[in-house]
Design a protein around this ligand. Sequence first.
Ligand code: AMP
Length: 371
Amino acid sequence: MKDSVTLHGKKFTAFLSEKEILLAVQKIADDIARDYKDEVPIFVGVLNGAFMFASDFLKCYPYPCEVSFVKLSSYRGLTSTGIVETLLDLPEQVEGRHVIILEDIVDTGRTLQELVHMFANKNVKDFKIASLFYKSEIYNGEYPIDYFGIEIPDKFIVGYGLDYREQGRNLRNVYQLKKQPMINLVLFGKPGAGKGTQAAFLKERYGLKHISTGDVFRYNIKNGTELGKLAQSYMDKGDLVPDEVTIRMLQDEVEKATEASGFIFDGFPRTTAQAEALDNFLESKEMSIDATIALEADDEVLIERLLERGKVSGRADDQDAGKIRNRFEEYNAKTAPLKAYYQQQGKFHSVNGIGEIQEITRRLSAVIDQL
Ligand code: AMP
């Protein structure tokens, strides 16, 4: 059994071996076989998570039985959304039959509630629940769990059918999420320095949430929101949007990202007031900035890059050398002083932003890996 696996940039450490799991599956099969040896039950596996459990369970079950599946979903990423969708309906011919649900895991109990509703008016002879894993700490206890294999603490697990964002189902063993120390980065640099491009690679590699204030403003402009209307006049000229607006928006973005194990701030902070607000806000959440990494490049290279980008992106502020120069002036006047702000905190790092994209990612990663 491998000590750990990495899925979508998150590390999971060994938790239950295939041997332990199969023993638990056998025990459930033995218990049910004892109770149902004189009947022909219908086992209903709950997809996707229970497919492996259902398969191994059925190989252990010694008496005649039928098999069917339903498909439900309540997880998005690492936390249960509470939304349980019925994606594939229950088998026909359940009336008067012994139905035994095969679940991979019972945690909050929301999926179970949906299952119970699905079978509520089907006149089944009896309805039982068998779950391989059971999180007793958080289960709401609404329905009895008739058979279960292994009681586990409230940890996010993957493997043996269970996934993290659809990956990990094929693992024979079960792994639990390793709580990684948070990494919070500020990507610093003039417009066109490559912050967005690099953030896209770094967020995958380190499992971070990328917040680009420029992107959030553009999204709001595109969708005609109040925030978008407010920001547009400033952005069109290449001026900065007022601090109080930007700071509030940034805080909302951080608060929305409940699952994040760290952030890449791109295009924020751009003023000393924003940097101070960010420090105070993060402190209130027991978080902090680990590093501010500047991507350095000459103005002439940047102007060329931005004009090129303007041709494809259609961004008004990228298509006009005058507006670009205004953004550089804003940067020199308001953002450049942040270098000293972060240097004082011992958090400022500088990286050469000229070269192949991959090479620059490597330079940035070298800084992050040392943190
Ligand atoms: P960017 O995509 O980062 O180049 O940002 C485009 C424009 O969005 C900037 O020129 C500003 O008008 C606005 N903007 C983005 N981030 C900020 C910020 N932190 N503070 C003020 N204005 C911002």
